[in-house]
Design a binder for this molecule. Structure first.
Ligand code: 5GP
Length: 114
């Protein structure tokens, strides 16, 4: 199977500005930021999208949000607010088929999203 861009970042075959890493999760700056703060939180385990998460992934998904919370504090967007997004498949705007949580902040977000 061809590696996703994110798998190549995890495997250090592609560079990225990594802001967090442990044995299960990596987080790095988005290469095309949609906001002043735009970080991607990615499980090292290959899960293609939300459609593919399993019961056994509950803790891992929860941990992604705890890391989002910590990074929001670290980058000082926790007080003003921020947005966390999982895009799923074509209509959801997903372009990389390796589960990732977008952490976006540093500007006022509009609603509904485009
Ligand atoms: P999606 O559209 O799948 O929800 O989000 C994929 C995100 O990955 C996009 O925001 C895109 O800018 C980002 N991205 C795509 N390729 C790379 C890359 O090579 N490096 C980094 N850091 N981000 C990438």
């Amino acid at each position: 199977m061809t590696k996703t861009i994110f798998q190549k970042i995890i495997d250090r075959e592609l560079p990225a500005e990594i802001v967090f890493e442990d044995e299960e999760i990596i987080a790095f700056w988005d290469i095309t930021p949609a906001a002043p703060i735009h970080i991607l939180i990615v499980p090292k385990k290959l899960i293609t999208s939300i459609n593919d998460i399993k019961d056994e992934d509950k803790k891992l998904i929860g941990k992604m949000f705890l890391i989002a919370k910590d990074l929001a504090k670290e980058y000082k967007i926790n007080e003003n607010g921020f947005r966390t997004v999982f895009n799923t498949n074509d209509d959801g705007g997903q372009t990389v088929y390796h589960l990732h949580l977008h952490l976006l902040g540093g500007r006022k977000m509009s609603w509904p999203p485009g």
